[in-house]
Design a protein around this ligand. Structure first.
Ligand SMILES: [Zn+2]
Length: 444
């Protein structure tokens, strides 16, 4: 980070006489994207895209990419990746959780490693960019530094997390956030996580050896496709992620009274479905009624008895609420409960809330975001700050280390689909931002 600011300041000094009147913090804004700096480093974008293209065949089926964790295709993908790491001149290492690491040594042995990476497993019927881009870009960054003989002060560790799509399992194991019972849960491949770890070369009896604690890492960077359409809509090339939103899932049970649909007058009903409908609209209005990027979704509803000629006795619905601010999540929770009381009173029904999932926001670290932004500026790429609405391994590592994420546009905002696509130029841009952000943070 520091090397870029120094260069900028020098250039600036040569071009203005009014230096003293301009605050240092404002200097960045004077250099609009579009003018890449001569000393910005570049990865081999063609090589990165050819690796992505070669990987596209692994787990490819008629309905999309199927490389779910611990499947035969996942194993094939991991073998491909281990081979790629060796081709890059690095030595792969497996931790006991089954995550793949590879190190490029630094010059200062007292410094903790900068960690970069992502995952290579997929959802069922997914695409080829969610995970592989950040994984192969991380390997490409280490390979580029090695080829160009650029020596960082910090060690640079590349990581390929195992089983991200099954609930960020590899990174959760590294921050010691899973219980023995969690290991017995069955993953999408049909294997338990415990068996899966053994299958991919980990060792459940030594999981504690894989744990990283606060202070063990200098920072973590993850490049990822956006998985939404904000960048495309804004016409920006790079997203500087402010954090991964917190998420709260509710199950709301609305209890009314079943009665005859013909014989019960309209003013004497306790209609649970009507209450659910009013509540769904009220939740939407409440969330849209104030500025910000908060989102809430009523995504599922089960009505009982679900019959044409009976007034519904019960409706069970879910709410998915997300925002970058925990305080806002708490505020909307209280608001939803108040709406439920009001609608319950008006419709003669009662509401009961149950929380299914509660995950706090994981905020990116400002120094890491600044390194990413400095890097995008040095490359002449347009950028904006934005939250991540989807979960990532970065949210786990952010609990123990400074963290930042780089987003590049997803065409049409599509992901977790065979139609997921990120243009080759954007893939290369993302890897270049990662490379220069690592160099900037290393120097800072
Ligand atoms: Zn992903």
């Amino acid at each position: 980070m520091a090397y870029c600011s120094t260069m900028r300041r020098r250039t600036f000094l040569q071009h203005t006489a009014a230096v003293a009147s301009v605050p240092f913090v404002g200097l960045d804004r004077l250099f609009a994207p579009g003018a890449p700096r001569a000393d910005a480093l570049h990865v081999n974008g063609e090589r990165l895209n050819s690796v992505l293209a070669a990987f596209n065949g692994i787990g490819r089926t008629a309905s999309g990419i199927n490389r779910v964790a611990y499947s035969a295709a996942d194993l094939e993908g991991r073998a491909f990746t281990l081979n790629l790491i060796r081709q890059a001149g690095l030595t792969p290492r497996l931790d006991a959780a089954g995550n793949i690491f590879a190190r490029l040594d630094g010059t200062d042995t007292s410094l903790k490693p900068i960690l970069i990476g992502s995952h290579i497993d997929s959802v069922t019927d997914g695409g080829n960019y969610d995970g592989p881009l950040g994984s192969f870009a991380a390997i490409e960054v280490a390979r580029t530094l090695r080829e160009r003989q650029v020596r960082l002060r910090h060690p640079l560790d590349v990581v390929i997390w195992q089983n991200e799509e099954g609930g960020t399992i590899g990174s959760k194991l590294v921050i010691d956030a899973l219980t023995a019972a969690d290991l017995d849960k069955v993953a999408r491949s049909g294997r338990t996580i415990r068996d899966g770890i053994g299958l991919i070369g980990g060792d459940v009896s030594r999981l504690s050896s894989a744990v990283l604690r606060r202070g063990d890492l200098a920072c973590y960077f993850e490049l990822h496709i956006e998985q939404g359409g904000l960048l495309e809509k804004a016409g920006k090339q790079v997203g500087v992620v402010q954090g991964i939103v917190g998420l709260r899932w509710f199950e709301v049970t609305i209890t009314g009274f079943a009665n005859h649909a013909g014989a019960t007058p309209m003013d004497q009903r306790q209609d649970a479905m009507l209450a659910a409908a009013k509540f769904t609209v009220a939740v939407n209005d409440a969330v849209r009624g104030e500025p910000g990027r908060q989102v809430a979704t009523v995504g599922r509803i089960i009505v009982t008895p679900n019959t044409t000629n009976v007034i519904p006795a019960q409706a069970v619905l879910t709410i998915d609420l997300r925002d970058l601010e925990q305080a806002k999540i708490e505020r909307f929770t209280a608001r939803f409960e108040q709406l439920a009381r009001d609608i319950g009173a008006a419709t003669g029904t009662s509401f009961a809330f149950k929380r299914l999932v509660d995950s706090e926001p994981a905020l990116a670290t400002s120094s890491v975001m600044d390194a990413i932004q400095t890097s995008a500026d040095a490359l002449g790429l347009s950028h904006q700050r934005m939250p991540s609405g989807a979960g990532h391994d970065a949210q786990e590592i952010g609990r123990i280390a400074p963290m930042g994420m780089i987003f590049v546009p997803s065409v049409g905002g599509i992901s977790h689909s065979p139609r997921e696509f990120t243009r080759p130029a954007d893939c290369a841009n993302g890897a270049n931002v990662l490379l220069n952000a690592v160099v900037a943070l290393d120097a800072g």
